[in-house]
Ligand binder design. Sequence first.
Ligand code: DGL
Length: 291
Amino acid sequence: MTSSPAARPIGVFDSGIGGLSVLQALRHELPHEHFVYLADSGNAPYGDAKGDAFVQQRTLAIAGFLRQRHGIKALVVACNTATAAAVEQLRAAMPDLPVIGVEPALKPAAACSQTHHVGVLATRGTVSSARFARLRNDHSARTHFAVQACDGLARAIEQSTEEPLPATASTEKIRALCAQYTGALGSFGLKTGDIDTLVLGCTHYVFAKDLLRALVGPDVQLIDTGAAVARQTRRILTQAGTLAPEQAPDGQPAAPGPVQLYTTGQLVALQAAADRWLGLPAQCCAALPVA
Ligand code: DGL
């Protein structure tokens, strides 16, 4: 473990490979940082039926692992479900660790919707949480939110990385679930009463964006939180004085930071996802039986 705080890695975790969508945004915003990502795919999905106590226990165990083994300087909880269930306990248990959570982007969606009808897709765990109820309440003054729990969708996206491409069957399953859940929200478009803004309230769903776009049409805005979370991470590190230097000692731009990825699930699935979505080589990935 390195002793200089700026040189220490940023930890990122999700129930599985969904948080790689947040890692993409983090690497774009903070290219010189060292990232250690943990996909808890052996326990995914968190959001359909696992319950808060389980998600809290996993969140604390993973944060403990990333601190002890990697000396992380901050932790990005790249999972809406884990943020909703466990971020308060995590902050209470590790008050000296800067923690950045993710939550469905209701505020920016309400700000940009012209029809004041916003659709929200998220896990059952997220939409039934007290944290989500507060968030919805805070932004409901002028905006109607149609909210849909998407049982099975994160799991189907996980499974799509567990089989070789072309994965036609899993793509069809994801498409069918997306069609079912967007269909349940109402009509999409720019007319009065239409949903003109769709919040992707689970980090896995970003990887179904093209399918969702085809279903809701070109006029609907799809909003996820990756870029906002990355900017927030930059702010937190800047305040703490632990941002990695953007210049090398010789004045040249610093080299891109390394990325290490772990999974508690199938190594080949993480390797496929890392290659497909981040262009990272298989050697970046390792299996971790228990975190
Ligand atoms: N990616 C997660 C989220 O943002 C959860 C998916 C799951 O494990 O249910 O909510």
